[in-house]
Design a protein around this ligand. Structure first.
Ligand SMILES: [Cu+2]
Length: 188
């Protein structure tokens, strides 16, 4: 039956779209409280595991900034030497590399009032979920050298992008979600 087949496809695609976002997490600093004074951000970071590839979102009102600073400037709440700074009100920071990252607010006195956060970033583990194409599933046709009669572009150079990049994984997740949605709609 077609409904059974589409249900299986739908389940697989939904599973893929659920697994893929787990590769990179997005943390909203302070959760609903956001980035403001009077918050103990060491409490917020405790119990969380930050991995390279994750990102932080700082939400804040006017008068605040998000400054990435050195460890010493973090400890002494020294403003003016920021590695990077943003005051847009919604700052997304990609945690690209391992190591502890330090952020403070550049407004005078705010760092001393709690607007300082240290993020210990772990190296991205290469075990397990490296590529979404795990298991016995057939990978999407990517110029297979098996000589099938599908129209293949001219194989000029054999640099096939086999390992999925994070952006590609995100793209695959979005596409999988859409396809699953379409399958559900058609099966009704
Ligand atoms: Cu501030």
């Amino acid at each position: 039956m077609a409904s059974f087949g589409s249900a299986v496809v739908c389940a697989i695609l939904v599973l893929i779209s659920m697994v893929v976002p787990n590769l990179a997490k997005v943390y909203t600093v302070g959760d609903s409280t956001g980035w403001t004074t009077g918050v103990d951000y060491s409490t917020w970071t405790s119990g969380k595991t930050f991995t390279a590839g994750d990102s932080l979102v700082f939400n804040y009102g006017g008068g605040h900034t998000v400054d990435e600073v050195s460890a010493s400037d973090y400890n002494t709440c020294t403003v003016g030497n920021a590695i990077s700074s943003d005051n847009s009100g919604a700052t997304t920071i990609a945690l690209k590399t391992a190591g502890t990252k330090y952020y403070i607010c550049g407004a005078v006195g705010h760092c001393g009032s709690g607007m300082k956060i240290a993020i210990p970033v772990k190296a991205a583990a290469s075990s397990g979920t490296t590529t979404p194409s795990s298991g016995s599933g057939t990978t999407p046709t990517s110029t297979s050298p098996a000589g099938t009669n599908t129209t293949i572009y001219k194989p000029s150079s054999n640099n096939v992008p086999d390992s999925a990049s994070p952006t590609l994984s995100l793209f695959v997740g979005i596409v999988a979600t859409w396809v699953a949605f379409c399958v559900m709609v058609f099966s009704l």
